[in-house]
Structures are given as C-alpha cells and as structure tokens.
Design a binder for this molecule. Structure first.
Ligand SMILES: [Zn+2]
Length: 46
C-alpha cells in the first residue's frame, strides 16, 4: 500500500509529491540526485 508523501531534494531544493515506496530508490526528477528526503504528509510547523 503506497502512501502519498512529499519529497524534497537536498541538492537542488526541488519538492514534489509522490508515492512512498520503500522498495524503490528515490531520485530527484530534476537533477537526478538521490539525496532525497521524505517530508511526511500531514502537519507542518508553521
Ligand atoms: Zn534535485
């Protein structure tokens, strides 16, 4: 069961939404870096 989460690239700062799949390697669609962090959907400190 895939969960929709937000990703952020630590290299170029690009953010996007996608499905969190632990089996798949995350990669930034913009710069192709794999230094990608998952920003959990839900609460965001504002
Ligand atoms: Zn990037």
């Amino acid at each position: 069961m895939a969960e929709k989460v937000r990703f952020r690239c630590m290299r170029c700062g690009h953010e996007w939404e996608g499905e969190h799949d632990p089996e798949k390697e995350r990669m930034c669609p913009k710069c192709r870096s794999n230094s990608v962090r998952v920003l959990k959907a839900g609460r965001e400190g504002k």
